[in-house]
Design a protein around this ligand. Sequence first.
Ligand SMILES: Cc1cc2nc3c(=O)[nH]c(=O)nc-3n(C[C@H](O)[C@H](O)[C@H](O)COP(=O)(O)O)c2cc1C
Length: 368
Amino acid sequence: MTEAMLKHLFLPLDVGKLALPHRIAMPPMTRYRCGADGTALDIQATYYAQRASAALIVCESVYTDPTGRIGYRAGGMINAHQQASWAKVAKAVHDKGGRIFIQLLHGGRFSHPSLQPGGEPTVSASSAMPPPDTVQIEGGTAVPTLPRALERFEIDRIIKSYARTAALAAEAGFDGVELHGANGYLPSQFLSSNTNLRTDEYGGSIANRAKFMLETLEELAAVRGPEHVGVKISPNFSHHGERDASPKETFTYLAKALDKLGLAYVHIQCAADFMRPVPDTFDPIDLIRPVYRGKLLASGQFDRHSAEKAIASGRCDFIAFGRRFIANPDLPERFRRGAAENAINMETLITEGAPGMTDYPFLEPQVQ
Ligand SMILES: Cc1cc2nc3c(=O)[nH]c(=O)nc-3n(C[C@H](O)[C@H](O)[C@H](O)COP(=O)(O)O)c2cc1C
C-alpha cells in the first residue's frame, strides 16, 4: 500500500499552533537510557533527530517532582542542568525540521523508596496497595512498596511542579507538553476508584477523582497556553493493578471536561500487548469521540492499514506508532514508498547504549 492508498495518513493537520505535514506521530516511550540524574544524553538527541520526520514526536516522559521518579535512568526536568540536556533534544529535532512535545510524569506509587528523596516511602492518592509490578532501580529491579497518601498541601505542590516543568520545557524549546494521565501513574491513581480511597475533595465521586488531572491541565494551560498542551489517557486498560469500578462513566465525565479546555489534543492509548484489558472492555475511541470534539491522537498496535482506516472513518485525527517508530526511524517514508518495515528487537527496548536505539537502518535513498 503506497501513499496514494494511504491518502488520509498523508493529509496535513493543524494541532494547536503546529501545522503537521501528515498524521504519522511518535508516542512517548521511556527507554531508561538517561543519565542517573535524569538528564538526556547525546544518544537521545541522535535517536529523536533520526525520527524527526514524524508529524509530531512526543518525547519520553520526564518527572516533574523529586517524588515522581518511575525508575533509575528515567528522565527528569526539575532543574537547569536537566533542562539544558533536554534542550539539546529539542534542538536536534528542530534542526531536522521536526516538531516535539515532551511528556510530563509523576509516577506516584509506581516507584520505590530507593528512588525517593531520603529513601522515604512512595506517594499516591491514597495508601491503597502497592502496584503488582517491578520498577527499575540501580543495579536491577525491585518490587514497589505500600505508598503513603499525599497530604493536601503536597497535592498543590505536585500540581505546581507540572506547571514549573512545562515552563522549563518551553524555555528548552519544546513545542508543547503532554500530561501523562494514563497507564497507572499519579493522575490515573487519583482517577481510579481502587487506588483513590480519599475522603476529601480529591476522592469519592468521579468529579472529585478527576479533579487532580483537570486542575493540573488548567495549570499547564495557564503557563503554556492550552494549544501547547496535550494529555494522554488509557480508558480501557488497567495498569499496575488499577481497577476503576465504572471506567465508561469515569472516562465519559473526563472527556466532557477535557472538551472544555481547548487543548492541542487528547491522546488515547487504545491497546498494547504489555497491558491488561479492564474487566469491562470497550472501545475507548467509540467512548471518547462522541463527547470530545478536539483533535484525537490514538496509539496502540496500529499498522499503516488500520491507521489509514481509523483516520478515513473520522474515528481519530492522527496516529502514534510506538514500537514501529523505534524500529523504523524513517517510518513515514516507508509508508510513502510502500516499503517493508524493520522488525523490532524487544531484547534491546530497555538496555544500554546504541543497540536498539540509534542503529536501526534507514531505507536506501530513493533513486531519482
Ligand atoms: C518501551 C516503551 C516505553 C513506553 N513508555 C511510555 C511512556 O513513557 N509514556 C507513555 O505514555 N507511554 C509509553 N509507552 C506506550 C507508548 O506510548 C504507546 O502508547 C504504546 O507503545 C502503544 O503503541 P504501539 O503498539 O504502536 O507500540 C511505552 C511503550 C514502549 C514500547
